[in-house]
Design a binder for this molecule. Structure first.
Ligand SMILES: NC(=O)c1ccc[n+]([C@@H]2O[C@H](COP(=O)([O-])OP(=O)(O)OC[C@H]3O[C@@H](n4cnc5c(N)ncnc54)[C@H](OP(=O)(O)O)[C@@H]3O)[C@@H](O)[C@H]2O)c1
Length: 227
């Protein structure tokens, strides 16, 4: 909603126009809200005045995206929402010649299927004009050594997003954010983090995804487009 206030100054010659953009307060479930990215996203959304349900396997209500029944239970407890952010899911960071069946299972079951099931089930509680934001990663475009599993899943999530958008109704949207390596994570992994955005910067891409109008497309952190 946009309110325009017009104040007439004493001199009578200057009109000051104030545009007060009153944002709609949204109820937003952030899954992975204790993690590096999810915590920054939750903080930013709360700063913006939104009602944030901070969820993970250790929250109350809790959600484990690898357990379809738990996803159902979570959304039943939370009720209708304006937005769902998924900033979670694991995929194996392993060299091609070391990939085993467990690595494939983990990657497909957690980051790919976990988020797809979150979308399927969360959609039942997503209000018209609501948005679901899932998380891929820029390795879908710019993989490095040992990232075949991660690149596969991220690309799969983008394909899912493009297709799923076509089936959404009543203004609902879905987007996938592809973060680059986050500074905090790269540092923890002993990588050179000097060109990585911090989690607070990455969180802005999620805010853009929620507040914007994009549907069925990948969203990148500003300044970190695929090479
Ligand atoms: N960090 C990066 O550099 C980076 C870059 C590109 C893409 N990504 C992607 O961004 C997402 C988040 O990464 P992150 O580094 O922020 O992760 P993180 O720091 O490891 O945090 C993961 C979050 O998800 C929760 N979680 C873990 N497994 C879960 C499950 N099965 N169901 C529900 N919640 C679960 C964790 O809390 P509990 O343990 O309490 O459940 C925690 O809140 C992942 O998909 C990752 O691949 C990360």
């Amino acid at each position: 909603m946009v309110t325009v206030k017009r104040r007439h100054c004493d001199a009578g010659t200057i009109f000051v126009i104030e545009l007060l953009i009153k944002q709609k307060i949204m109820k937003i479930a952030v899954i992975g809200a204790t993690g590096t990215i999810g915590k920054a996203v939750a903080e930013l959304l709360k700063e913006k005045g939104h009602e944030v349900i901070e969820a993970s396997r250790s929250s109350n209500p809790k959600i484990d995206i690898t357990e379809p029944l738990q996803i159902d239970r979570f959304f039943d407890q939370v009720g209708e929402v304006d937005a769902i952010v998924s900033a979670t899911g694991s995929a194996a960071f392993v060299a091609l010649d070391k990939i085993d069946a467990d690595d494939i299972q983990l990657s497909l079951h957690s980051k790919l299927m976990g988020q797809i099931n979150t979308v399927r089930k969360g959609l039942k509680k997503l209000k018209p004009n609501g948005v679901i934001v899932i998380t891929g990663g820029i390795l879908a475009y710019n993989p490095g050594p040992q990232t075949a599993m991660i690149a596969m899943v991220n690309a799969g999530l983008e394909g899912f997003t493009r297709g799923a958008a076509l089936d959404l109704t009543e203004g609902r949207r879905i987007v996938v954010v592809h973060p680059p390596w986050v500074m905090e994570t790269a540092t923890a992994l002993g990588m050179d983090a000097k060109n990585c955005p911090d989690a607070a910067t990455v969180a802005k891409a999620y805010l853009d995804a929620i507040e914007g109008q994009q549907n069925g497309v990948p969203i990148f952190v500003e300044g970190y487009l695929p090479a």
